[in-house]
Design a protein around this ligand. Structure first.
Ligand code: NAP
Length: 504
């Protein structure tokens, strides 16, 4: 199969060159040359997006649902091409790419159904009370409205489901907002082919082409320009705490600050409660190893920390986890940079005082093998570095003296995407103490499962307090993600004929 790549940016329906180029670094197969982004290209795309908003922001929900469905169809039509280039660029197995494509088209279709239902508009009406004393009440109606052009950063670890046509793009387009995507440099070919699918859907649906642009990466200027452009109304991002924080700061320091919805990082602590460990410690340990190593550990929901009461059962748990992790083969990571950062992170933990190295088979280049460390609760509390995310298949088992120390660890956590309780009925008293603490620390609290594999549905929250995200009131997965790109507007005494169609 030949790949249909131009190496160009897609700006408002046109394939455009830039003045500089970069070369992709695929995990396998040949590299390709792409034009790099620039502030001038961002300006062109944002102006087109603003122009498109004039009509797209007032399009009907039926029109937008059809458009989202058409994007999904066009992505499926390019399925083999996407799997081939995606797997070459990221090193992810083909089966994972096929699964992730299903999730991506599923998200687009879910948002189509969601907007047709209309509940997300949160329509309210306080009818006029002309005879009310001492003052009459005016007629007031409220509805959520799209905010305008949205910037989206493609994520390295989800080349489809959190990139060009991923959850951020799908929710913004569903809301009625045009999107300008900054492609991630780790998978520019995948981004281009998905952009071709969106361009085809725009054409077939007769939508203003400014509704979508893809600007490839290749330099920092592009991402900065998206955050700083005066027409950008909000930004969606998935990536590192460092990068996300830098871009968040740019967004809030603008003369007119805008929301930056950054999904940054998390160690997703798991609390292993005593009765559960006694009853099924071995099964939990094997499950933990599976969750830690899934996708080479490159998930923001990777459960990097497990907290357990010290003793023979904790020792057996550690041994089982070690054996299960040691049996995992080396896996290819998404980029050389991510593989290096993983090994550096492991070194940082290994060098921390009071840390026992349980499994440390290292490998080189873009590969990753699992690491397992153990430490005491007291040491974990004293060393901030042990609570920082190491992106990859790395676990730290924290053994606590007693229940009070376990509670203390929960209290000391910074914001997390998820926290997990492994519990049996007899653990209910301690679980009851932990739950009110954990719900303040994380976007999702689970019992007896593993946080990897985030369900895309109405009740999902993939969010949490800082530093898990930069906006604790939001989710980037599930239908509630649409709220990020809408804001409530009250219409007071506006003649019905002038109101947006959805409010009439
Ligand atoms: P990243 O470094 O945060 O980069 C993500 C995107 O933001 C890229 O497009 C990057 O552009 C841009 N960016 C970062 N810093 C910037 C700055 N100061 N100014 C302008 N643009 C900036 O994430 P990554 O490349 O995907 O992976 C690196 C590390 O991020 C991983 O090792 C891991 O620790 C973490 N990560 C976490 C998650 C998660 O879900 N928690 C997901 C992916 C990665 P450039 O490519 O031009 O730098």
């Amino acid at each position: 199969m030949t790949l249909n790549l131009t190496g160009k940016h897609l700006i408002a329906g046109e394939w455009v060159e830039g003045s500089t180029t970069f070369t992709s670094s695929p995990a396998s197969g040949e590299s390709h040359t792409f034009f790099a982004g620039s502030a001038a290209l961002v300006d062109r795309a944002m102006k087109a997006a603003e122009e498109a908003f004039v009509t797209y922001g007032y399009s009907s929900r039926e029109e937008r649902a059809k458009f989202l469905e058409a994007i999904a169809e066009q992505i499926d039509a390019r399925g083999d091409e996407i799997t081939k280039i995606g797997s070459q660029e990221t090193g992810l197995p083909e089966a994972r790419l096929v699964g992730e494509r299903g999730r991506t088209t599923g998200q687009l279709r879910l948002f189509a159904t969601h907007i047709l239902k209309g509940d997300y508009l949160d329509r309210r009406h306080d009818a006029a009370l002309p005879d009310r004393q001492p003052l009459p009440r005016p007629d007031i109606r409220l509805m959520q409205r799209p905010i305008g052009p949205v910037g989206v950063f493609g994520a390295s670890n989800f080349p489809l489901a959190f990139s060009t046509a991923g959850g951020d793009t799908a929710s913004a387009l569903a809301a009625g907002c045009p999107v300008v995507v900054k492609g991630h440099e780790a998978h520019p070919g995948t981004s281009e082919i998905v952009a071709q699918a969106i361009a085809a859907a725009i054409k077939s649906c007769g939508i203003h082409p400014g509704v979508f642009s893809l600007i490839q990466g290749g330099n920092r200027e592009t991402g900065e320009a998206i955050c700083l452009h005066p027409l950008t109304r909000a930004v969606g991002f998935t990536g590192s705490l460092r990068g996300g924080r830098a871009l968040f700061d740019l967004c809030v320091r603008r003369e007119e600050p805008i929301p930056f919805f950054g999904e940054l990082g998390s160690v997703n602590p798991m609390f292993l409660l005593p009765a559960a460990v006694s009853a099924r410690g071995e099964t939990i340990a094997k499950g933990w190893a599976g969750s830690l190593t899934m996708g080479a550990g490159q998930f923001c929901t990777n459960p990097g920390i497990a907290v357990v009461k010290e003793g023979a059962e904790a020792d057996a748990f550690l041994e089982t986890a070690k054996t299960a992790l040691a049996a995992t083969n080396a896996q290819t990571m998404l980029t050389d940079g991510i593989a290096n950062a993983y090994r550096e992170g492991a070194k940082r933990i290994e060098a921390t005082e009071g840390v026992q190295s349980v499994l440390t088979t290292t490998c080189d280049l873009r590969n990753a093998t699992p690491y397992l460390f153990a430490t005491t609760g007291e040491n974990w509390l004293a060393n901030h570095v042990l609570g920082e995310e190491v992106f990859g298949p790395l676990g730290v088992l924290v053994t606590v003296k007693d229940e009070a120390e376990m509670v203390h660890i929960a209290e000391s956590l910074v914001g997390q995407l998820t926290t997990t309780l492994q519990m049996d009925d007899a653990d209910a008293p301690i679980a009851r103490k932990l739950l009110p603490i954990l719900e303040r620390k994380s976007g999702r609290v689970l019992a007896n499962g593993f946080p990897t594999g985030v369900e895309v549905c109405d009740a999902m929250v993939h969010g949490g307090p800082y530093p898990a995200t930069t906006n604790f009131g939001a989710t980037s997965v599930g239908t509630m993600a649409i709220r990020r790109f809408m804001r409530p507007v009250s219409y007071q005494n506006i003649p019905v004929a002038l109101l947006p169609e959805d409010l009439q």
